[in-house]
Structures are given as C-alpha cells and as structure tokens.
Ligand binder design. Structure first.
Ligand code: NAP
Length: 473
C-alpha cells in the first residue's frame, strides 16, 4: 500500500504519522497519507508568509499563466485523477470526470478574472482632494475543504486566492486527501514558487487552531458542515479573523402545475441523486403542486428505480457508495423516521446487499413537514416528496428552513418566475435548472448556509482588501 507525503514549501515531505484512506465502495483502506502536527503547520504559515511578497509582486497575467498551466497538468492526468476521486469518495466515474472538468474550468476562469481586480477613481467632492479605491491581496489564506466534491471545492478557494496574489495552505477532508495531493503535484510540475501552495493533513481541530490563532493567516475559507462553521466563528471572534463559510443546505425544489413534466423530473433527478445525494445543493425537500403531483411521482419513481447502483469504477454506475458507515446510518434513520410518521416508501429504503456503504435509491411520498428528512440534510439518495396547493404555500414551505443555500423552481410562467426569484430565500435559484453551478457566477448561501460567495467576480473579491486612498493635491 502506498504512503503519500504531504506538500510543504515546495517539497513532498513524508512524516512519521499517517492517516488511512478508505474506498467507500469496498470498505478497505487502500492508501496512507502523511500528517503534521500544529508546530509544522505554524512553519507552513511562516513559509507562506515569506512567499507572499514575491507572489503578489508578479503581474496578474503571470499568476494567471501559472493557473492555466496547473489546469493543463490536471487535464493531462485526467483519467488517473478521476479514478482517484472515485476511489476515495465513492463517486461514479463519470461524475468524477465531471468534477475534474469543472475544476479545470475554475482554474482557467480565475486565471483571467485575476486580471480584472479593478479599483476605481471616485469623482471628488472636496476641493483639492482626489479619492481612489484600490484592491490588494489579503495575505496568507488557509482553506479547509470537505470530502463530497474533494477536488473542485478545494480549487474553488485555491484558484481565486492564487489569482488575487495570496499564498494558500489547504487542509483537505481526512477522508479524501489524495486528489488534493495530485493538485499539489500539478503545482510542483509547473514550478509554482515555493510556499505559494502547501498541503497539510492531520487533526482538523489542531490545524484549525493554528489557522485561527496565527496572526500571519489573514483569511480562513471553509466549506463543510454548519456545526464546524459555528466553531470557526467562535474561534475567529477572539482574533476578528475574516471567514468565508460555505455551509450546509436543505434545498427546496418546487414543481408547479404548469411545469414541463419531463424537464421537472429530469431536473429533480439531477438535483437529488447527483453525487449519490451527498451534495450541499441537493434537493432535500421536493414540493409538488397538487395538480401535477401524481404524474410527477410516477415518472420520478420509474427513473429513480432505473438507476444503476455499484462501485463507481464500474461502467454506467449512477449511484455510488456513501462516504462511510455514519452516512449510511443517517440515511436509515431518516427513512425509518419518515415512514414511522406517515410517509409512504415507494422504492429503496435500505442498505444494498453488498460490501461497502451503499444505500438504494429511495423515494418517499406524502412526507410530513416535521420529519428528520425535511429538517436536516439527508446526504443520501433519499428523495422526500410532498404536495402543496398554492404559490404562496410553496414559497412559505421553501422559506421555512433556517438554511438558504440553493433552491429549484420548475414552472413555465414568466411572471411566477420573477415572483419566486425575488421571494425565495436562497443564494442560488435554478429555474427549470437542476444544476445551477458555473465558474462565472456566485456560489453561496443565505441564513445558516454561510457567509460570502465563491466563484464569479465575488469569488475573487473574497481574497482582496478594499482600500480607500485620499490624496490632497
Ligand atoms: P465537516 O465535517 O464540517 O468537514 C469539513 C472539513 O472541516 C474537513 O476538512 C474536516 O476535517 C474539517 N473539520 C472538522 N472538524 C473541524 C474543526 N473543529 N475545525 C476546523 N475544521 C474542521 O463536513 P463534511 O462532513 O466533510 O461535509 C459535509 C457538509 O459540508 C455538509 O453539511 C454539506 O452541506 C457541507 N457542504 C457545503 C458546501 C457549500 O458550498 N455550502 C459544499 C459542500 C459541502 P476532517 O475531515 O479531518 O474531519
């Protein structure tokens, strides 16, 4: 079994202690990765700080060229990286290739967007003064990423930070460090200056404590659970450390009577079952208007049942393994709770009879409002469907959660589209679109789903300070 080093200050460094990487499709450990303690993280921060002056001094064009080259390196190793994502995260191979393609697009997009970190000249209102706004890189960035989209969610932070002129230290999820290592290999291959990108693995709380308390770390950008986000907010309070937080969701998906049925079913399948339901923007609550309810449920169940479940490395698999035993237990608990409290189970509902952490694609209908799967992220291939009568009721249901990451609406009525676009409380709304993510538009949530935005122009701005310069002539 291979033991991988980590990447510190331009070198791949093996350490004594390691963590194990398990393939969720088999339940077997297949790799080990070196870990570091807090003292070594502090050294990485010092090295990143030392690299900052040189990196920010390069032109945005030159920094962008590095990003383009990193993207090309990833492209050259496309098959190997996609297989690695599948082996560590359980994701069907086709979806791992999709994740890699989006990662590459993020890199190319921010390579160019870095050149547009514009300030502005403000028309003066005091005689003898001129006012300018300039944007400067914030400094050393610490990034903490989750396992569900292990490469693209890390790069959604790294690419804009590097483009803005900031060095980055990444701590990936312990379940999925291998594709982050491959990213480090790409940085090394293109000779990114030492210290500009570093990778640390190990105890999350120890590493986060150093990120929070070390004054040289100027920004922490985190994607993960709302619970850990809350801990970071508490820890950051003492040091007023700036945070970007991409946290949990509980996306509502509304289907109106006037929707195109096939489009709505396709969109709901994608929004629900992509990544085996383990997505922060997964449609956790599906609300269907009374007049189309029965037809929608029938088509949706047919499609849900037809999905192929298996090891993501096998051809044509659509439902892969869940990340671990805890993920499986949560799915079972949510289904049992819903059925006990009146929901009808139309398909699936149990662990698949094979090794690894597989759960059958599941559809629950007539699901009451207050059951677990309507109140908490299920993070599994479990679709919870219920009906509503009026547009006002649909909006109220959609906004009833304390989260506001993404929402989906299926309708052909243009006036309704505008009403919902304005009233639904979510950072991203897909109208007849089950997958709204794109490099050039902001991604992030309202309410308990987090602070700030990634991607788009906002994604670059997250790593820039805004300075007002007042010049007396
Ligand atoms: P998680 O348990 O919060 O872990 C995310 C990352 O935080 C991992 O790297 C983890 O490290 C680290 N971590 C754990 N404890 C920490 C601590 N005390 N301080 C600092 N970092 C700590 O979340 P997850 O289970 O990996 O991911 C699923 C969650 O992420 C879901 O709630 C999902 O909705 C959310 N998510 C949100 C978005 C978004 O864009 N809004 C995108 C994807 C996922 P270890 O792995 O070493 O524990």
């Amino acid at each position: 079994m291979k033991t991988y080093p980590i990447y510190l200050n331009g070198e791949f460094v093996p350490t004594e202690k390691t963590l194990s990487v398990t393939n969720p499709a088999t339940g077997e450990v297949f790799a080990k990765v070196s870990t570091v303690d807090r003292t070594r993280v502090a050294r990485a921060v010092a090295d990143a700080h030392a690299a900052f002056a040189g990196w920010r001094a390069l032109t945005a064009k030159v920094r962008g060229e590095f990003l383009h080259k990193i993207a090309d390196e990833l492209e050259m190793r496309r098959d190997e990286i996609a297989r690695t994502i599948t082996m560590e995260a359980g994701k069907p191979l086709q979806q791992s290739s999709g994740e890699l393609a989006l990662t590459i697009d993020h890199l190319h997009w921010f390579a160019e967007e870095g050149r547009r970190a514009y300030g502005r000249v403000i028309p003066h209102q005091a005689d003898g003064k001129r006012n300018l706004v300039v944007k400067t890189p914030i400094g050393v960035v610490a990034a903490i990423s989750p396992w569900n989209f292990p490469l693209v969610l890390a790069v959604r932070k790294i690419a804009p930070a590097l483009a803005a002129g900031c060095p980055v230290i990444l701590k990936p999820a312990s379940a999925t460090p291998l594709c982050a290592l491959m990213f480090a290999e790409a940085c090394d291959a293109v000779k990114l200056p030492r210290g500009v990108f570093q990778l640390v693995c190990g105890s999350a709380s120890e590493i986060a404590a150093e990120f929070l308390e070390n004054p040289l770390v100027r920004k922490i950008t985190f994607t993960g659970s709302t619970e850990v986000g809350q801990k970071l907010i508490e820890g950051a309070a003492k040091y007023i450390k700036p945070l970007s937080l991409e946290l949990g969701g509980l996306a509502p998906l509304l289907v109106f009577d006037d929707a195109d049925l096939e489009k709505a079913v396709e969109g709901a399948m994608l929004a629900k079952f992509r990544n085996t339901g383990q997505s922060c923007i997964a449609a956790n609550r599906i609300y269907v208007q009374r007049g189309i309810y029965d037809r929608f449920v029938q088509r949706f169940v047919e499609k849900a049942k037809a999905q192929k479940l298996g090891d993501g490395l096998e051809p044509d698999v659509q439902i892969g393994a869940l990340i671990d035993e805890a993920g499986l237990k949560k799915a079972i608990e949510h289904v049992e709770d819903a059925v006990k409290r009146g929901a009808k189970l139309l398909c699936g509902g149990k662990r698949a009879d094979r090794p690894g952490y597989f759960f059958e694609p599941t559809v629950l209908v007539d699901v009451p409002k207050d059951v677990l799967c309507m109140k908490e992220e299920t993070f599994a291939p479990v679709a919870a469907i219920t009906s509503f009568e009026t547009e006002a009721e649909g909006i109220e249901l959609a906004n009833s959660a304390p989260f506001g990451l993404s929402a989906y609406v299926f309708t052909r009525d243009l006036s309704r589209t505008f009403r919902l676009m304005e009233s639904i409380e979510a950072g991203m709304i897909g109208i007849n679109d089950g997958l709204p993510t794109t490099s050039n538009a902001p991604f992030g949530g309202m309410k308990m789903s987090g602070w700030g935005r990634e991607l788009g122009a906002e994604g670059l701005d997250a790593f820039l300070e805004t300075k007002h310069i007042s010049i007396a002539l």
